[in-house]
Ligand binder design. Structure first.
Ligand code: 5GP
Length: 113
């Protein structure tokens, strides 16, 4: 499988503004932010999308959400942030390496567009 853009960021082949890293995941600022805070949390394991994840990845998926919450808190948005996961092209996914968007620092509409 060809490395995704995000695998290249993990491998430092493409530069990114990294805000957090551990053995399971990486978090970095979105290159085209849609809110004052817009960070992506990705697993180091190249899962294409959430609908491809399996039960064996349950702990990893939980870890990604806990890290996302911790990052929002560290960045000063602990009580007011939105997490978004686009799944599949028709739902707006453009990079096929699972990622959680952390968005904060502005008002959000509901339902989302
Ligand atoms: P998606 O549309 O797949 O849910 O989100 C992909 C996100 O990746 C978009 O918000 C887009 O701005 C971001 N992105 C695409 N290419 C790069 C890149 O090279 N660096 C960074 N930091 N973000 C990127």
């Amino acid at each position: 499988m060809t490395d995704t853009l995000f695998t290249k960021i993990i491998n430092r082949e493409i530069a990114a503004d990294i805000v957090y890293e551990d053995d399971l995941c990486l978090a970095f600022k979105d290159i085209n932010p849609h809110a004052p805070l817009h960070i992506l949390v990705i697993p180091k394991k190249p899962i294409e999308k959430i609908s491809d994840a399996s039960k064996s990845e349950r702990d990893l998926l939980g870890h990604l959400f806990l890290v996302a919450g911790d990052i929002a808190k560290e960045q000063g948005y602990g009580e007011a942030f939105r997490l978004v996961v686009n799944n599949g092209e028709d739902a707006g996914q453009t990079v096929f390496h699972l990622h959680i968007h952390i968005l904060a620092g502005r008002d959000f509409n509901w339902p989302p567009g």
